[in-house]
Design a protein around this ligand. Structure first.
Ligand SMILES: [Zn+2]
Length: 313
């Protein structure tokens, strides 16, 4: 039996209950099952999160938006922007995802790495949701860690094919959080508020060009900003067969992306939290494999730089 040197955070309620939808929200369960089936993880390696507390959510989101979600009083325009049908299960899924990213951050403080097999809802703004994202789990976790005094400075590395507009807006005037987004320039969202660093990719960019832009930028930023924790938003949608993406990365290129970022973080002994974000490949199993590969990349980097080499704090 192989024990992962870090926890996988997962809850069956991550499923957004969307039915037939371009967002395959059953992917969370399929990823957890595949990690067990492929004997990458065993059951004891999983950690079941609780829903985030409202007090945690409210450090990022407005009371008005939280009330709309909890009472089911979204306007027609709110739902059009969110682009997913409203249900009580949907709301609970976002609260579980935020609780999951908090749990992964706490696990990362202990183990060096914590993987949430969900989350990465980077399009959520303080007062509204959009692009399948109602609650910004990563921002909620960063604010919780800061509030607990566990970290001072946080960094977000967002590799989803779509710009991290919610992240950029939430941390726009906050020097304690560095936001890096690498995304396709010519894609949703139309309005892209400035991240601390935006790497705008042209249509059809391949593995080599993408990695050549991303990895030196991550290297440089880690050296200059020196975050206490890195939050990775690992979109599967820069994949060349993605239905909502227009970049041309291969499955191998995406794994090299994950491994390259994780290595930069791990060798500097900075706790790493991973989340999933988007993935809309024609074959759902491709999306599942890309996300599973993210966990394998984390495992490989953890083995290459064992915990004994981490200072811990
Ligand atoms: Zn995306």
């Amino acid at each position: 039996m192989i024990m992962l040197p870090f926890k996988l955070v997962y809850h069956d309620s991550y499923d957004l209950n969307l039915g037939e939808h371009v967002f395959p929200s059953q992917k969370y369960r399929l990823i957890a099952e595949k990690l067990l089936l492929d004997r990458i993880a065993e059951k004891q390696g999983f950690l079941r999160p609780e829903m985030a507390r409202d007090a945690d959510i409210l450090r990022v989101h407005t009371a008005g938006w939280v009330k709309k979600l909890k009472t089911g009083t979204l306007s027609y325009s709110d739902i059009m922007k969110l682009e997913v049908p409203y249900s009580q299960e949907l709301v609970e899924a976002f609260w579980y995802a935020a609780g999951g990213t908090i749990a992964a951050a706490q696990a990362a403080l202990r183990d060096g790495i914590g993987c949430n097999l969900g989350g990465g809802f980077h399009h959520a703004y303080p007062g509204h949701g959009e692009g399948f994202c109602a609650i910004h789990d990563v921002a909620v976790a960063i604010r919780r860690m800061q509030n607990d005094g566990a970290i001072g400075r946080g960094m977000v590395v967002d590799t989803d094919v779509h710009h991290g507009n919610g992240t950029a807006a939430i941390f726009a005037n906050d020097d304690s959080v560095f936001t890096l987004s690498i995304h396709q320039a010519n894609n949703y969202p139309a309005h892209k508020p400035a991240s601390s660093l935006d790497l705008n990719m042209e249509d059809g960019v391949d593995d080599q060009e993408y990695l050549g832009a991303l990895l030196p930028a991550v290297h440089r930023t880690l050296d200059q900003f020196q975050p206490d924790m890195v939050f990775y938003i690992g979109g599967a949608d820069p994949y060349r067969e993605d239905q909502l993406g227009g970049l041309a990365l291969s499955v191998e290129g995406l794994k090299a992306r994950d491994a390259g970022v994780f290595e930069e973080v791990r060798k500097r002994r900075i706790p790493l939290v991973t989340t999933l974000a988007g993935g809309y490949a024609r074959r759902v199993l491709d999306t599942v494999q890309i996300h599973v590969n993210t966990v394998m990349a984390a495992r490989d980097v953890a083995e290459k730089y064992p915990q004994a080499n981490l200072t811990g704090s």
